[in-house]
Design a protein. Structure first.
Length: 185
């Protein structure tokens, strides 16, 4: 009995007064509660929960309802140019040459060269722009057209210091540049 009494005295006077002793007691209580709960609940059903995987993919859309994706299965229609009008490639090439400009050109001359090939929205956006802000000096290759619709296309032109991307729209039976974007290489 004296050994049991000494163990209880040690537990109460020393072990439970230290942080380590209290932590050990809490851990023993937690593991005791978890173990008791597992014994009382019985064996787990293997068909419950995440262990029961479906034998085919779960779909939320009827596969026969049609194509709802962004990627079209058909090629976009080619841009249509009215008879006697310039093609998107020709307009883009002329616009790029005017956009690059030439040395000594004033802002008014530069904008006057761009205006006939630009939409009114682009002309307004370019108001106040200077030809000195153009980051290229020459067009280095032929234009590449990416068709979007019959009245809208994107044209890419290689420049000496990057690539010029133009978006062209059909307006008043002629192609006009609506967006100018430049990518450094």
């Amino acid at each position: 009995m004296t050994a049991m009494r000494r163990a209880l005295e040690f537990l109460v006077t020393r072990a439970l007064r230290s942080r380590l002793g209290v932590a050990a007691l809490i851990a023993v209580l937690i593991f005791g509660v978890i173990g008791t709960a597992r014994l009382v609940s019985g064996p787990a059903d293997p068909t419950d929960g995440l262990s029961n995987r479906p034998d085919r993919p779960i779909t939320t859309v009827d596969p026969t309802a049609g194509d709802d994706g962004l990627i079209a299965s058909e090629a976009p229609p080619s841009p249509v140019t009215p008879p006697g009008a310039r093609s998107p490639e020709q307009i883009a090439d002329r616009f790029a040459s005017a956009w690059v400009g030439r040395p000594g050109m004033t802002a008014d001359q530069w904008q006057a060269g761009l205006r006939p090939m630009s939409t009114s929205a682009l002309t307004e956006k370019m108001a106040g722009a200077e030809p000195g802000g153009v980051p290229a000096e020459e067009v280095t290759g032929p234009p590449t057209v990416r068709s979007r619709t019959e009245t809208f296309c994107e044209v890419l032109l290689p420049l000496d210091s990057g690539r010029l991307r133009l978006e062209l729209v059909m307006a008043d039976k002629s192609w006009l540049v609506d967006v100018v974007d430049w990518e450094r290489q």
